[in-house]
Structure formats: C-alpha cells, structure tokens
Design a protein around this ligand. Structure first.
Ligand SMILES: *[C@@H]1O[C@H](CO)[C@@H](O)[C@H](O)[C@H]1NC(C)=O
Ligand SMILES: *[C@@H]1O[C@H](CO)[C@@H](O)[C@H](O)[C@H]1NC(C)=O
Ligand SMILES: *[C@@H]1O[C@H](CO)[C@@H](O)[C@H](O)[C@H]1NC(C)=O
Ligand SMILES: *[C@@H]1O[C@H](CO)[C@@H](O)[C@H](O)[C@H]1NC(C)=O
Ligand SMILES: *[C@@H]1O[C@H](CO)[C@@H](O)[C@H](O)[C@H]1NC(C)=O
Ligand SMILES: *[C@@H]1O[C@H](CO)[C@@H](O)[C@H](O)[C@H]1NC(C)=O
Length: 475
C-alpha cells in the first residue's frame, strides 16, 4: 500500500491533433492530457480561461476564479468538478473553494497573491483563539479559503502559489496591521482534504492551515520562505483529526510543522484537540524554529502524534513542546522515531514557560498535562546542547522516554549538555549521558526501555486512504 501512496505520478503530455472543424477546414488544436492521483476524480472539468482568466501576471483574476468555482459548484452532486489552471502567472486575491472540487495547477502555473489588502475579505477571529494573532481584531481571509466543505483537492504538477509576502512582512514589522495576515491555504470545518504536489513561496504568514477539520492528506509539498520572514510556519494542523503529512520539504522562518489546538481560555472552551496525526519523510530547514512544534497554542489538547523519518538541517530544535500556565489541556502520547539532525541548538526542547497569552483573562490554575513523550532512533550532529527540558514547577512533564539517541556535540557546544527541570522520564542508549531527572525508577526503566521507547503498531484510518489515478484531457 505504501507503494501506491508513494506514487503520486503526474504527467503532462501536450498532444497536437489535426481535426476537421464544422466547416471542413483543417485546424490545429492543442490538447493537454494529464494525470494525477487524488482521493476522488471528477466528472466535470473547466479551465480558468473559460471564465475570463488572463495569465499575464498583471490582470487581476479574483472574479474569474470566484465565478469559476461558483459555476463548478453546481456539479457537486454530479461527480464533482475540476478547475484547471494552465501555464502562466495568475494574479489573484482571496477566493473561496467549494465541495467536491479540485483545483489543479499546471507545472508552469503560478498563482500570484495580490499585494492589496482590499483583495482579502475580513473574517472573524477563530473561536478557539479569541483574537487574531497579529492584531486583536479579525483576520484577512487566506488566499485559498474554504469553510464547511467536504472533498476538496488542491494539487498540481508541482505548480506554484506565490504569496508575494514581502508586502505583508513589511506591514507586520511596521506595526501597521489592523487585522491578522492572510495564510496561503486555510480550510475550516471541512472533511476530506488533499493538498499535494505544489510549491508554496513567500507566504504572508502561515502556509497551510487546516482547522476544525478531519481526514486530511498533505503530500509532496515544497514550502519556501526566507528563514527570517515572520511567522511563515509550513503546515499547521489545528484542532484536526486524522491528518497525514508526508514527503514535504520546508524551508521557512518559523516551525516547519506546528501542531496546534487553540489558545488559553478560548481554546479550553472550544475544546477541540488535534489527534491522530502522522508525519513522515519531512525535510526541514528553519534556523530560528523547530522541525516539529507542538503548541504553543494547545489548549484543546494534542494527542496521538506519530512522526518518523524526519531530516533537519540548521534547525533550532528537532521536536519542541511549547506551553504555559493558562493553556490547560494536554500534550500526550507523542511518538517520534528516526530523526537525522544536522546543526542544531537543541535536539530536545520542552518549555512550560512560553509566555504569549491571548489576553490577561487566562486561568492561572489551567495547567497543561504533558505526558507520554517518546523519542527513539535519533542521530544528531553539530549540536550546541543535547536537551533543554523545562517543565512547570508543581506540574512536571512526565513519561518522557528517549532511547537510541546518538548526539555529536559541536566544537563550540554549551557547557551544560543537558538542562532539565520539572521533568520525569527514562532513557536507554542515549549519548551523551542524559540528566539525572531522566534516570527514572529502576523498574519503570526496565519495563519501558526494553527494546526502546514506544511507537504504536496499529494503523490509523487516514493511512488506509488510497489515492486514485485520475486522467483528463483539456482543450
Ligand atoms: C468567502 O467566504 C467567507 C466566509 O463565508 C466570506 O466572508 C467571504 O466574503 C467569502 N469570500 C469571497 C471572495 O466571496
Ligand atoms: C460551519 O460548521 C460549524 C460547525 O459545525 C457551524 O458552527 C457553522 O455555523 C457552519 N457555518 C456555515 C457557514 O455553515
Ligand atoms: C518543485 O519545485 C520546487 C521549486 O522549484 C523544487 O525545489 C522541487 O524540487 C520541485 N519538486 C518536484 C517534486 O519536482
Ligand atoms: C509531483 O509531480 C512531479 C512532476 O511530474 C513528479 O515527478 C512527482 O513525483 C510528483 N510528486 C509527488 C509527491 O507526487
Ligand atoms: C538506532 O537508531 C539508528 C538511527 O536511526 C538505527 O539505524 C538503528 O537501527 C537503531 N538501533 C536500534 C537497536 O533500534
Ligand atoms: C556547525 O554549527 C555551526 C553553528 O553552530 C556552524 O557555523 C558550522 O558551519 C556547523 N558545521 C558543520 C560542519 O556543519
């Protein structure tokens, strides 16, 4: 099954066919034939050019995209529809997607995000956050937005979505934003989503944000943003169930993957965890952030995350857990195996003192429960500090397990190789020797680390989803 999943193969062949037209004159017509793999294939297909789209990089296509989607939405209950975006530069503002719908980008298609705040409608703050992250008010709709949808595919033959983010980064740094910056792709309250085989460049802020959604596959996506660009997180599953992220390559100015579930009292009240998340074959470069972060907004809880085959270069930390007093909820049953890390500040990082709060009304008694955190089979080199593990006083992080980890320190490493406080756990086969707080009880140690730290053997539902091969011919 792995083989089937690994083989999203897209081919584009341009055929030139000589046909007789109605007048009996011979004309040369060009067809584009292409195939890709998707959760569902569509019965209807149209090109953005049929809706007045112009791919010259100058004409604004927001209305063309929106009318294409609105028109194609009529096929939702008749096999669904696909919108084809040919080679070209398609300048557009935010538009909304629909259900049973595929957006397909040709390999030389570039969606260029308009650098005009009026092209992004204002949406209310997310209920689990209570406010925007850049500003207290609402937020600009993402470039591709959808809410309450089902069965949505955004894919291509490695076509590009260019957020042209410098415009937004300047406004952010200048403190000139009344609303939170747009993301490139956001789907809210949606089910059955595929985002694959695309390149995302220079997002204004986060790149891919599925929120309050389920059954999500993100595969074969390349995300690139300057390593100093503000908050350009790669993929942020937020209060989502059953998500599979695989074969992604991310260079960004913030966490490559940030797993979230709402902020302080708003997230606690909303109460929607992120759970059953698979992350595989991730390559990450992020000098100021983590390959995978859990939090800091985790107030709906984070549970059952399984990450494997993670490669990072020049990344601040491998897996980072960030939380604070006031967050409440939990981060539990986290499993990581197989990390290859090169040039890191901290291989393992946990902090219970991540201060950012939505507002001053957070509950100081809402303590997060961090437990059951498992790391195994790790090789790291050129590391400044092996681990910095700081729980919360009176609320220790427990059940930490690290096994089979070989960490080569940098020539100029920190004097303290491990720094641990308010944490409890067990280790085996960890070099250099971990801090005493991870020494565990002898019996517990024996039980827990025989054969290494846990990694579940059951299969998650999202791993059973197979992609079908779809083929089309466009005029
Ligand atoms: C997209 O949907 C949102 C929420 O329903 C709405 O506020 C927004 O105006 C829509 N955008 C466009 C371009 O119609
Ligand atoms: C979308 O779904 C949510 C959760 O079920 C619901 O509260 C909201 O009213 C729905 N919004 C729309 C526009 O249907
Ligand atoms: C997709 O395009 C990006 C940017 O040009 C490139 O780095 C990446 O290797 C390409 N991926 C594939 C699978 O072709
Ligand atoms: C994406 O498309 C390229 C170009 O056809 C193909 O080589 C590659 O295998 C695809 N990648 C994924 C992850 O599907
Ligand atoms: C230890 O980890 C390395 C690197 O991931 C792996 O190759 C090796 O098989 C692991 N050893 C055991 C005993 O699991
Ligand atoms: C090791 O890390 C330092 C930064 O801590 C970096 O300057 C240096 O180039 C790295 N060396 C190698 C061999 O990657």
């Amino acid at each position: 099954m792995k083989n089937i999943l690994a083989s999203i193969v897209v081919t584009i062949i341009t055929l030139s066919i000589v046909i007789d037209n109605a007048q009996g004159k011979r004309v040369l017509q060009s067809f584009e034939a292409f195939e890709y793999t998707a959760i569902t294939c569509r019965s209807h297909s149209a090109s953005i050019t049929e809706f007045g789209g112009v791919g010259d990089g100058k004409t604004l296509n927001t209305k063309a995209f929106q009318s294409a989607v609105d028109h194609l939405s009529q096929y939702a209950s008749d096999g669904g529809a696909q919108l084809f975006v040919p080679a070209g530069k398609w300048l557009t503002g935010s538009f909304n997607l629909t259900s049973h719908f595929t957006l397909f980008l040709h390999k030389d298609a570039i969606l260029l995000a308009a650098q005009d705040i009026n092209e992004y409608p204002i949406l209310k703050a997310l209920p689990s956050y209570g406010r925007g992250r850049d500003a207290a008010g609402g937020r600009f709709a993402s470039l591709l937005f959808g809410t309450n949808l089902s069965d949505v595919v955004i894919t291509g033959n490695n076509g590009t979505i260019d957020g042209q983010g410098s415009f937004w980064w300047q406004k952010f740094h200048g403190g000139k934003l009344k609303y939170t910056r747009p993301y490139l792709i956001e789907l809210m309250f949606s089910d059955t989503i595929q985002i694959s085989n695309l390149t995302l460049l220079d997002s204004p802020s986060w790149n891919i944000h599925p929120v309050y959604s389920s059954n999500i596959i993100v595969k074969g996506v390349t995300i690139i943003a300057p390593v100093k660009s503000p908050n350009t997180d790669g993929i942020n599953p937020d209060s989502c169930t059953n998500t599979r992220i695989e074969d992604c390559y991310i260079i960004s100015g913030d966490d490559c993957i940030a797993v979230k579930s709402g902020w302080d009292e708003y997230g606690i009240a909303f109460g929607m965890p992120t759970k059953h998340l698979l992350i595989r074959r991730l390559t990450c470069i992020s000098p100021y952030s983590a390959a995978i972060a859990l939090g800091s907004e985790m107030s709906g809880g984070i549970e059952d995350v399984r990450a494997e085959e993670i490669t990072a270069y020049q990344t601040e930390s491998g897996v980072r857990i960030k939380t604070a007093v006031g967050r409440g909820a939990f981060v539990k049953n986290i499993y990581v195996r197989g990390m290859s890390l090169h040039t890191m500040k901290w291989v393992f990082w946990m902090t219970g003192n991540y201060k950012a709060h939505a507002d001053s009304h957070y509950d100081p008694h809402a303590l997060p429960e961090i437990t059951g955190i498992n790391y195994r089979d790790i090789v790291a080199e050129n590391v400044s500090m092996a681990g910095r593990l700081e729980g919360i006083s009176g609320d220790p992080f427990t059940g930490i397990c690290i096994s089979n980890a070989t960490i080569s320190m940098a020539a100029k490493h920190k004097k303290a190789i491990w720094m641990c406080s308010d944490v409890e756990g067990v280790t085996s086969g960890v070099d250099p020797k971990p801090c005493d707080l991870l020494d565990g009880q002898q019996s517990e140690k024996k039980k827990k680390t025989d054969g290494g730290c846990d990694f579940p053997t059951d299969v998650l539902d999202i791993d059973n989803v197979e992609l079908k091969s779809c083929s089309y011919q466009m005029n």
